[in-house]
Design a protein around this ligand. Structure first.
Ligand code: BTN
Length: 323
């Protein structure tokens, strides 16, 4: 059975017995035990004590459409937020919805993704209640070629939202990672396009942000990662989702009208590696050392190396900081 109705009845401050939970949902005690056992195996932090029942190890700020709409205020009219308890990937599902004509502004957020996807074919993991994972469908009257700086503009919107929430030390790492001052990953962005290449275009913007990271997840990741909680954020996921959406409601129409060019200076001010030594790892295995000069109006990285200045496009390479 879907464990979420049960999980949402659990409390962090007290135990609830299996009998009590079973009665509340009109199911058997055995079903409670099976469902919560399976949820715990999938990573839900549940404490189970014989004779007392079940308790959440920490409170979960469950995603809630009405709470997000209230926090969005006037900007709520841009979005139709749908919260899914479990989904394969909010990006995959929204791409399908886009193909069936879903409107601009549709947002899928998920408590759990079974096949969360990152850039470059990586997996994206987020533990229950510990990550914000959502995707936004946005339709542009632009062709695909005009969207090249979009992922950087989206990164900037996320960084602005975090700053507005008091997280001062989040930085951008080209093309669109959200990182700490040490370069540890706080979150990432996966942008996927569908529709006609000449435009109009339908863009699915997937965003994953770590609010908390368990040692188990941290150890399983192939790059250093950090959580917003450690940067002082304690406002919960609904508030964070509203803040990021509100910034996107400001940034995306501006991008459609003027592209990325007016955002270059602000993006560079927030760039972790701006003006510093960096290393490009090319898909063919070649490594090039140089200096990250900044970004071009089309979102390409301006990289100085032995051969002069190069313009590098996302997808061709990954960028590393050099100590
Ligand atoms: C990356 O840094 O590699 C991008 C990560 C993007 C993850 C988000 S979580 C919500 C959305 N759904 C997905 O399957 N991926 C994105």
């Amino acid at each position: 059975m879907n464990p979420f109705p049960l999980l949402k009845l659990l409390d962090a401050s007290r135990f609830r017995s299996g009998t009590e939970l079973a009665a509340e949902l009109g199911i058997s005690r055995a079903s409670v035990s099976l469902a919560l056992g399976a949820a715990a195996e999938q990573g839900a932090a549940i404490q189970t004590v014989k004779g007392r029942g079940y308790r959440l190890e920490r409170a979960i700020d469950w995603l809630d459409e009405a709470t997000v709409a209230q926090a969005l205020g006037g900007a709520a009219c841009y979005f139709d937020l749908q919260v899914h308890t479990e989904i394969d990937s909010t990006n995959s599902a929204l791409l399908k919805a886009a193909q069936h004509g879903a409107p601009s502004g549709l947002v899928y957020a998920a408590e759990r993704q079974t096949q969360g996807r990152g850039r470059r074919g990586r997996r994206w993991q987020g533990e229950l209640g510990d990550a914000l994972m959502f995707s936004l469908l946005w339709r542009f009257n632009l062709g695909v070629a005009d969207l090249s700086g979009l992922s950087l503009a989206v990164g900037l919107a996320v960084a602005r939202a975090l700053e507005g929430l008091g997280v001062a030390d989040a930085r951008l790492k080209w093309p669109n990672d959200i990182v700490t001052l040490q370069g540890d990953k706080l979150g990432g962005i996966l942008i996927e396009l569908s529709g006609e290449s000449e435009g109009p275009s339908a863009v699915v913007i997937g965003i994953g942000l770590n609010l908390r990271l368990s040692e188990a997840v941290r150890a399983s990741l192939d790059q250093p990662a950090q959580s917003l909680t450690l940067l002082g954020y304690s406002g919960g996921r609904n508030r964070l989702l509203a803040a990021v959406l509100a910034e996107l409601a400001r940034t995306l129409p501006a991008f459609e009208a003027q592209g990325f060019a007016p955002l270059v200076d602000e993006w560079e001010r927030r760039h972790l590696m701006q003006g510093g030594p960096a290393r490009l790892l090319q898909t063919n295995g070649e490594v090039i050392d140089g200096v990250a000069l900044g970004v071009a109006p089309d979102g390409a990285l301006r990289f100085a190396c032995a051969g002069g200045e190069r313009r590098v496009h996302a997808g061709e390479v990954s960028l590393r900081r050099v100590a």
